[in-house]
Design a binder for this molecule. Structure first.
Ligand code: FAD
Length: 532
């Protein structure tokens, strides 16, 4: 089998042909390329094993329908708490991070981190997608965003929700779906006994200072097993969470990851076949079926094989940016005729802005225990800010926080054929108010407590979002249930459906509740039709 180094983002057709030709010249390349590959036939194909993909797979299986789930990333399995599975995270030279945190790249995945050591690219847990006016950070690996998230569960206030969602989807109509997700995740807020401990000084200070500044400060519901944190604090497990190193994955299994929730339950039915390191490249409409061309890669991102699937029903759940990459590319290359013009539009950054305060007047810890699970709100401003405990490496009396406002404008996704990659396009004017509201929170916290804005000094003043949403918006590119307009059997069930923002809230609860709502209707109507 020929081995080709995988480029970091899906290849354009032209680039692929060039590479194949070069390979043929140098090494008697005889492969017929993905377009000629014989397709494996399946009824239901799901691209992506994050929240949308896992929920779709599980609910389909419950209704008796089998599926294959393609996941570009690898499996990350913590067999025994304390195993060295995920990369550590650190801001200092002696406490760095490694290739396991980065999806096929050599630069730091997150703002504020020192440069990554020169390393071979690896299929790590976080992708950073450079854009025009904004970068996107998103997950890769079996379980998608659940590998890297903090488990924070926030639900938008009803009036905010209804100001952005289609009028047919009321806040009340969402109640059963939010509840369905909550029952499964079984979240709880940071308990008192942990908050009192020394490693949680940053969280305590954030609460005290936020209240002193007059904000509504809440300990959020969080998908975490706090007993693991207690075990770390007692020295029974290696310190990771209590050192603030939780974003790149957690080696003690404390996070409510999807392998313990929807995806694990889906696989346990025996009807769901998850294929890790299967990277979907191109979608082609093929009569009444959907052909998906896939690169099977190794953990270094090297293509081992190019294969194809043919499905009656295709669920694109690759996360906002990569769902848009696949579909906008298909429209531009006309492999799916008649895709809506609205596809790629309506992208939002969830109004996110990272900020740091230094010299807050209280020691907050060199290594601040996580996870991020405290949020202050001024619903009428409107603005929220979560505390982001971090492994800073030295005592700086620092608090890092991420503001979440409501962007007034929307960006878009375009397909850059020359580079073979998707580009999020964003104008800073779209969220000028959210940025100003975030800065006002920082000003007020400093004024009522102590401290100065250290955002630039910490290299955190970058336009970047961890919460990309939209591009295949409900009621615009799809119907109200994720069925892509004009495309029988093609569905989107992930963050790309959300209209650019889950106001003042981290998105996974809303993304998941909406996925529950969509797949329930799709199974009830489309599969009933199929069997009658
Ligand atoms: C660092 C970080 C922390 C976060 N913390 C929180 C939090 O505490 N609370 C919260 O509510 N939200 C949080 N989020 C956001 C949350 O993770 C996302 O909103 C959520 O995961 C979106 O779900 P999804 O189904 O749209 O996509 P994802 O969960 O991102 O899943 C998409 C999956 O598709 C796979 N994929 C992509 N392209 C392809 C392809 N071409 N072929 C095959 N597979 C593909 C990806 O590898 C990934 O596994 C966080 C995000 C980040 C990055």
């Amino acid at each position: 089998m020929q081995q080709r180094r995988r480029l970091f983002l899906p290849l354009s057709r032209r680039t692929f042909v060039k590479l194949a030709a070069a390979s043929a010249a140098s090494a008697a390349f005889v492969g017929c390329g993905p377009s000629g590959a014989e397709a494996e036939e399946v009824d239901n194909l799901i691209i992506g094993s994050g929240f949308g993909g896992s929920i779709s797979a599980y609910r389909l299986a419950q209704a008796g329908h089998s599926s294959v789930v393609l996941e570009r990333g690898r499996r990350w399995t913590v067999q025994n708490p304390g195993d060295d599975v995920f990369s550590d995270m650190g801001f200092t030279e002696g406490d760095r991070y490694d290739h396991r945190c980065r999806w096929l790249g050599t630069t730091a995945p997150l703002p504020g981190l020192p440069p990554l050591r020169p390393l071979v690219p690896y299929t790590g847990v976080l992708e950073r997608i450079p854009g025009d006016g904004i970068d996107i950070v998103c997950a890769a690996g079996v379980g998608g965003g659940s590998l890297v998230y903090s488990g924070m569960m926030v639900r938008p206030r009803d009036d905010h929700f209804e100001s952005v969602f289609p009028s047919e989807i009321t806040a009340r109509s969402m109640d059963p779906y939010y509840e369905r997700v909550r029952e499964l995740v079984q979240p709880s807020s940071l308990p008192d006994d942990l908050l009192e401990l020394e490693p949680w000084a940053a969280s305590r200070t954030f609460i005290e200072q936020g209240m002193r500044a007059g904000y509504d400060v809440q300990r959020l519901l969080c998908g975490f097993d706090w007993d693991k944190a207690r075990a770390e604090a007692r020295g029974e497990l290696p310190p990771q969470l209590i050192r603030g190193s939780y974003i790149f994955g957690l080696n003690n299994g404390a996070k409510a990851t999807l392998d313990k929730l929807y995806l694990g339950m889906a696989e346990a039915t025996g009807l769901v076949d998850v294929r890790p390191l299967h990277w979907a490249q191109r979608i082609i409409r093929d009569g009444a079926r959907w052909r998906v061309e896939v690169d099977v890669i190794d953990e270094m991102g090297v293509v081992q094989e190019s294969i194809a699937f043919s499905a009656r029903r295709l669920f694109v759940c690759a996360g906002t940016a990569n769902t848009n990459a696949l579909l906008v590319r298909a429209r531009d290359e006309d492999t799916i005729p008649d895709l809506p013009d609205s596809l790629g539009e309506g992208f939002g950054n969830n109004g996110q802005h990272i900020r740091a305060r230094r010299g807050v007047g209280v020691d907050t810890g060199a290594f601040q225990a996580g996870p991020a699970c405290i949020m202050l709100f001024d619903q009428d401003a409107p603005i929220a800010m979560e505390n982001g405990p971090a492994p800073l490496g030295s005592e700086m009396q620092m608090l890092i926080g991420t503001g979440q406002g409501i962007p007034s404008g929307r960006g878009r996704f375009i397909w850059n054929a020359a580079d073979g990659r998707v580009v999020p396009v964003w104008d800073p004017a779209f969220d000028a108010e959210a940025r100003a509201n975030t800065d006002e929170v920082i000003r007020r916290l400093n004024e009522m407590n102590a401290g100065e804005d250290a955002t630039a000094r910490m290299n955190l003043d970058q336009s970047v979002t961890f919460h990309p949403l939209g591009g295949c918006v409900l009621g615009q590119t799809t119907d109200l249930y994720g069925r892509v307009n004009n495309q029988d059997g093609l569905y989107v069930v992930d963050g790309a459906l959300i209209p650019g923002v889950t106001p003042l809230s981290n998105p996974f609860w809303t993304v998941s509740a909406n996925a529950e709502r969509c797949i329930e209707r799709i199974i009830a109507e489309d599969y009933a039709e199929a069997t009658t």
